[in-house]
Each structure stands twice: as structure tokens, then as C-alpha cells.
Design a protein around this ligand. Structure first.
Ligand code: OMP
Length: 276
């Protein structure tokens, strides 16, 4: 196992202390209703506070899904700012799940929003789509590296449609493998600045062994993947870098803070037992 500096060192330390499960904060309207909350800014705000109280002191990594805050406009973003700050203060690493991707000059503005100290939305890392070309992400990659932050780049996503683009051949390898290889080359400096997103829901067919960076693996729980599946799906990856993620599967246990925390801990313990 290679030593890591930068974002990788931060990731390795917190996952060693708290275990490998990323808790998603996805305030779906249906979940707000199930929790007895209004689908309103007040409901969103209460949902967010419960999640931070239950999850931030226990989870190594927390991933708020930006999409669910956006429909509430500026007020939704104010709640998101509170979530990001609250999780970070409690010692969790935050992945802002914004899935940004644009031409380089615009990407630079996105990078400032999610990865610059001066921004009220500044997180520890952000998800990004490389499908405008891996190098279009350069401003985010460079800013992340400079601040010991990370970028989680989509490689092979958990949704069934993802294969149309991601499994297409780009010369001798698939498009997804070309993203893995670019990330691995970037991580040769030992910083693990570039993580990948590889869904836990299916065989990905990727060679992940040389990545030397975190692999965010959504799909646990609501999308059907189990902790046991992880051993098979990620058999060639360094397990220390595998970071399964669950949102609805854990969130369904709310709104009781203790029940939510227990559901998270149970899922995390299952992951730890499976990954070894
Ligand atoms: O980047 C992601 O987190 C992501 C990538 C992917 O391939 N599949 C995927 O489900 N996600 C996100 O992970 C979360 C999954 O939520 P649950 O299905 O409720 O666990 C959502 O916020 C998705 O947007």
C-alpha cells in the first residue's frame, strides 16, 4: 500500500478512524414527507440539521447531493452551506456532489465555488464529469491539489444508461478505462488528488489496481448493491481506497437522530467486515 500525502493522506486518516462508508445527504421530497416534514425550506433545513447531528460525528465522508438543495434557490444553498460547514467542523470530509463539468475557463469558476477557501460552499472535494474531456477538468484538479483537496471524476456510473458512453471503445481501451488511466497518471505524485466514481451496482470491467486514490462507489442500499457485492466488484482494487456510498438506504431510518446514526453505523460495520 503506497503512502499518501495531500487529499489522500486526509482521506486515509479519517477512514482509518471512522471506517469506509460515505453517508449521502439527499433530501428527496419523498424523504422529507416520510420524515413528517414539509417540502419547503423549513423542511429542508430541519432535514439537514438532523443529518448533520446524526452523521457528521461518525461518518468519515459525507456527500450532500447538491441537486436536492438547488430547487429551493438561494435559501436552499444557504442550507447547503450550513451542511458543508457543520460536517467539516465535526471532522468529516465533505464531497460536494455537484457533478460539474464544462469548458476549462468555466470549469475554473466551478472549481472556485467548490474548492476555494474563500467560497462559502468550499468542500473537501467535488464530483466532476470528464465527458467534456478529462483535461477540461484541469482547473479543478490543480486547485484541489494546491489545497489538499480532491476531485471525484465519473468513470463508470451506477445507472444502467452509463454504459452507452463509458463502455464505448476509445482505441484499445474503453472510455471509462481512459479516465481511470488519466487519474492514475495524475496520482503518481502520491497526493491522491483524483478519486474516481465507480458504481457498486455492476461489474465495471476496469483495471483499478494502479489508481492510488479513492474510489467512490455509490449504489449500496437503495440501488441494490450489498456489502458482500463490494468484494466481487472491487476485487482488484486496494480495499483501503474503496469508499462505498449510501444515501436513501441509511436516510430511511430517520428522522430520529439515534435511529439514523445506528442505521449508518450498521451499514458501515457491514462494509468494514466485507472489505476486511
Ligand atoms: O457521484 C455520485 O455520487 C453518483 C454516481 C453514480 O454513478 N451513481 C449515483 O447514484 N451517484 C449518487 O449517489 C447517490 C445515490 O443515492 P442512493 O441511491 O439513495 O443511495 C445519489 O446522490 C446519486 O446522485
Amino acid at each position: 500500500m503506497m503512502g499518501a500525502s495531500g487529499f489522500g493522506a486526509r482521506y486515509r486518516q479519517v477512514t482509518a478512524e471512522r471506517g469506509r462508508l460515505c453517508a449521502g445527504i439527499d433530501p428527496h421530497a419523498a424523504l422529507l414527507t416520510d420524515w413528517g416534514l414539509d417540502v419547503s425550506v423549513d423542511g429542508l433545513s430541519r432535514f439537514a440539521d438532523i443529518c448533520v447531528e446524526a452523521l457528521a460525528p461518525s461518518a468519515a465522508v459525507i456527500k450532500p447531493q447538491v441537486a436536492f438543495f438547488e430547487p429551493f434557490g438561494a435559501a436552499g444553498f444557504a442550507v447547503l452551506e450550513r451542511v458543508v460547514a457543520g460536517c467539516r467542523e465535526a471532522g468529516a470530509l465533505v464531497i460536494a456532489d455537484a457533478k460539474r463539468g464544462d469548458i476549462g475557463s468555466t470549469m475554473s469558476a466551478y472549481a472556485q465555488a467548490w474548492l476555494a477557501d474563500a467560497s462559502p460552499l468550499c468542500a473537501d472535494s467535488v464530483t466532476a464529469s470528464p465527458y467534456l474531456g478529462y483535461e477540461s477538468l484541469r482547473p479543478a484538479l490543480d486547485l484541489a491539489r494546491a489545497g489538499q483537496r480532491g476531485v471525484f471524476v465519473l468513470a463508470r456510473t451506477s445507472n444502467p444508461e452509463g454504459g452507452d458512453v463509458q463502455k464505448a471503445m476509445a482505441g484499445e481501451r474503453t472510455v471509462a478505462q481512459s479516465i481511470v488511466d488519466a487519474a492514475a497518471a495524475e496520482n503518481a505524485d502520491g497526493t491522491a488528488t483524483v478519486g474516481l466514481v465507480v458504481g457498486a451496482t455492476r461489474e465495471h470491467g476496469l483495471d483499478l489496481a494502479g489508481l492510488n486514490g479513492p474510489i467512490l462507489a455509490p449504489g449500496l442500499g437503495a440501488q441494490g448493491a450489498t456489502a458482500e457485492d463490494l468484494k466481487v466488484v472491487f476485487d482488484d482494487a486496494d480495499p483501503a481506497w474503496v469508499l462505498p456510498a449510501s444515501s436513501r438506504g441509511v436516510l430511511r431510518a430517520g428522522p430520529d437522530v439515534a435511529a439514523l446514526r445506528d442505521a449508518f453505523m450498521q451499514a458501515r460495520d457491514e462494509v468494514e467486515a466485507a472489505l476486511g
